[in-house]
Structures are given as structure tokens and as C-alpha cells.
Design a binder for this molecule. Structure first.
Ligand SMILES: [Ca+2]
Ligand SMILES: [Ca+2]
Ligand SMILES: [Ca+2]
Length: 127
């Protein structure tokens, strides 16, 4: 009797595992392709600090992100395939503004004259 019960549970898990997982994602309303990953160094150097910022979200300051002051310290970025990001030279979305397109990878923000200069960000989802 007990063995039969265990078998039944395993069968249900096998049949419903995938749909249950998809339902969970829906409930969380997290678009895993709506993000920007920021790197302290250029060329996406994972040996130096880097962090993924989930969108949609606006950051009027980068002073305390994941326990670090990121103001004027970002040198490369990877943008998720469903995110558009606006970055600003100063905090509170002021100063020079640059936009990153969905899926864009920028190995050296110096080419855009924005290396170690970004102080605020807006992440929007959808194309
Ligand atoms: Ca480095
Ligand atoms: Ca830096
Ligand atoms: Ca700046």
C-alpha cells in the first residue's frame, strides 16, 4: 500500500513538474530577460565586482547597490534581451543620458564617453 502511494506521487511529479514550474514563474512576475548586469571593470571582468539589476526599476542613485557604491564606477554592461536601459551621468536622472538597447553588450563604456561616470539608471521591460 505504502509503495503504491509513493509511486503515485512520483508519477504525478513527473507529469506535472514542468507546468508547475511555469506557473511559479508567472506568479513571481519576474521577467528574467529584463535586467542589466553592471561591471566595475571593462570587458565584463567577473574577477571584479559585478551585479545583476532586475527590471523594471529606477535607480535615482547607485550609492548602495548590493553593499557597494557603484557611482562613477561602471565600465561595462550587459543588457537583457527584454530590457531597455537609460543611464545618466549624474544622480536623479540628470546630466548626459545614454540608452542601451535590448540585448546590447558594451565592453567598454569609454567608447561612449561614459566610463566610470554613470550615477543613475532606469530599466524598462519590453521592446
Ligand atoms: Ca580587473
Ligand atoms: Ca570602474
Ligand atoms: Ca558622473
Amino acid at each position: 500500500m505504502r509503495r503504491q502511494h509513493i509511486f503515485a506521487v512520483a508519477a504525478v511529479l513527473a507529469l506535472t513538474g514542468l507546468p508547475a514550474y511555469a506557473a511559479d514563474l508567472e506568479v513571481q512576475v519576474v521577467d528574467k530577460n529584463c535586467f542589466i548586469e553592471i561591471f566595475e571593470d571593462d570587458n565584463f571582468d567577473v574577477d571584479d565586482p559585478h551585479v545583476v539589476l532586475q527590471g523594471p526599476k529606477e535607480y535615482a542613485t547607485l550609492k548602495n547597490l548590493a553593499g557597494k557604491d557603484w557611482s562613477n564606477d561602471i565600465e561595462s554592461v550587459i543588457v537583457g534581451s527584454n530590457a531597455t536601459v537609460r543611464a545618466y551621468e549624474d544622480k536623479d536622472f540628470k546630466g548626459t543620458e545614454i540608452a542601451f538597447a535590448p540585448g546590447q553588450r558594451v565592453p567598454n563604456l569609454g567608447k561612449l564617453d561614459m566610463a566610470n561616470d554613470i550615477e543613475s539608471l532606469k530599466i524598462t521591460c519590453g521592446k
